[in-house]
Write a protein that binds this ligand. Structure first.
Ligand code: ADP
Ligand code: MG
Length: 254
């Protein structure tokens, strides 16, 4: 399996005309996210600061309820911080309205979820074509790009299958193809192996390793130390705060 390099030059220039090439992809400055009010108030993220450079492969770890998904939703522009500043590739997205945020999200973020979140009524190929529907890419090229992405996931022979006809591991690989087909700035994965058997989980981690090698920035949430050890940097969160931010054993000299 070979994975071609994914830069994101088109989106970069569209988001902001004057961007220095070395700036972080993600720059969170003291962001908080508060749910509810009064007695019911929960501070899911509590003044988190975090910088992620282009091409990094990070794992976010922490107990259930520690704020991992909230943090991922903010990084992925699905949600905004209650306070603090978030710059995505140099663009301050902390105050953007829903529509602007959605546009930036569609252009820059690829998501992989624990439960794949594919559309069962569509074939694998159609699922991967979907995020290209509003990109201005022509119909035949969309099919070609989707088929190529599925081919890179080892699913070139499964293009016409619908999700219920595929194994969990295969469905997750369709979801990864869908997430990367638009060449996102960041690939965000929330427990991508959480529903998979060991063998399928390893296959998914091998794909992530190849995407990382190809230069894609990856941020993944996981409960598993084994899975986290595939990454190069492990960020441990607890009660909405960053407890540790360390180089992963995988990134240390053997
Ligand atoms: P994790 O992904 O680490 O399990 P979450 O980010 O989902 O953690 O949740 C962090 C905290 O915020 C938890 O206490 C959770 O109950 C709370 N929370 C998450 N989403 C909401 C929401 N939409 N409304 C109210 N509280 C929420
Ligand atoms: Mg979660």
């Amino acid at each position: 399996m070979t994975v071609s390099a994914h830069a994101n030059h088109a989106q970069t220039s569209e988001m902001n005309g004057a961007i220095a090439p070395t700036q972080p992809v993600v720059a969170l400055n003291e962001i908080s996210r508060v749910y509810g009010t009064g007695e019911a108030m929960v501070r899911a993220c509590d003044r988190m600061s975090l910088t992620i450079q282009r091409g990094e492969y990070c794992a976010i770890m922490g107990e259930s309820g520690s704020g991992k998904t909230t943090l991922m939703n903010i990084i992925g522009c699905l949600d905004r911080p209650s306070s603090g500043r978030y710059r995505l590739n140099g663009v301050d997205v902390s105050q953007l309205g829903k529509n602007r945020l959605a546009r930036i999200r569609n252009q820059n973020i690829g998501f992989v979820f624990q439960r794949y979140e594919l559309l069962n009524s569509l074939t694998a190929l159609e699922n991967v074509i979907l995020p290209m529907m509003y990109t201005g890419i022509g119909r035949s090229q969309r099919r070609q790009l989707a088929a190529d992405a599925l081919g890179r996931m080892g699913l070139g022979h499964r293009l016409d299958k619908r999700p219920p006809q595929l194994s969990g591991g295969q469905q997750q690989r369709v979801a990864i193809a869908r997430a990367i087909v638009n060449r996102p700035l960041i690939l965000l994965a929330d427990e991508p192996t959480g529903a998979l058997d060991t063998h399928s989980a390893e296959a998914v981690m091998e794909i992530f390793a190849e995407l990382h090698q190809a230069g894609i920035t990856i941020v993944m949430v996981t409960h598993s130390h084994e899975v986290a050890c595939y990454s190069k940097r492990i960020i441990q969160v607890s009660d909405g705060r960053i407890l540790h931010d360390r180089v992963s054993p995988a990134a240390l000299p053997q």
